[in-house]
Design a binder for this molecule. Sequence first.
Ligand code: SAH
Length: 323
Amino acid sequence: MERLDAFMARANAAYYATHDPFADFTTAPEISQVFGELLGLWAAMQWQAMGAPPQVILAEAGPGRGTLMADALRAVRRMVPDFAAALTVHLVENSPRLRAVQAAKLPDAIWHDTLATLPPGPLLLLANEFLDALPIRQFVRRGAGWAERYVADGAFVEQPAAPLARTAREGEVVEVDAAATDLVAAVAQRIAAEGGAALFIDYGPATSAPGDSLQALRGGTQADPLADPGSADLTAHVDFATLAHAARAAGATVHGPLPQGIFLARLGLFQRTGALARTQQPAVAARLLDTAKRLAEPDQMGRLFKVLAVCHPGLPIPAGFFE
Ligand code: SAH
């Protein structure tokens, strides 16, 4: 018997070590080069707002194929060369397999297993679909108290749990993303002390609510999350309200969560995509415009995906978070 978060950590470590996750799902940077370009330019704007320090860490947590960072660097080299000259790229990735894929695109990067080993100093951190892969715990309302979900032989087993300050009806599941909350709090504390800003993009509701959001994707289709650990990508919705609260408590300023579609549109997703499309044949141009819609339309990725910024309290409201 294994607590759900231990099971999820083990299953995902095995999955990312042995699979190409991008055979099972498609992420925003794999849909359009404009996604990474806009995030790179967002980081450049934060660097300027910080007073353009001569040295800055540009880090990404869970960089996947390295596409987002490669697109970001191309854009900042062209548009903000002083930022490109000041930054050092750090990647937080614990899969040796994906590190090799990233190294082919980003040969000058420095890799870390966790954020804890990043060197000190001002930090600009990007993380897309990273928090959703971190292990969660699930509690079930039972009578006047709570039970916690463990996994044994591919099924849930409930064990008595300590009181939990959450509201739910009998039998409802409440999720606690302790790993994501601790990580965001640690980033917030560091940014409050040493300067910088972080951008977390993931899917989940803006307000905490009961519900079982654990899901598994195997070969592009939904699968049983408890069967055959390591064969599927396990994710859960990110609890943005709890993350925002933890970041504020750690001394940072928080903006959002804001729907991804609004954020990207304000940063110029459609203008940049339109500029790319004008250089292409009509069929290719139409496909490009479709990718922008896929990222931004409310019924596609635009609403379920949210953007949360965690900033040093001295920074102005970052781009994308005002009209
Ligand atoms: N950001 C990428 C990839 C998302 S997949 C994109 O948008 O395409 C999740 C990524 O997080 C993978 O690179 C995976 O190996 C990494 N990852 C998952 N859990 C991790 C952990 N605990 N520590 C470090 N990296 C992790």
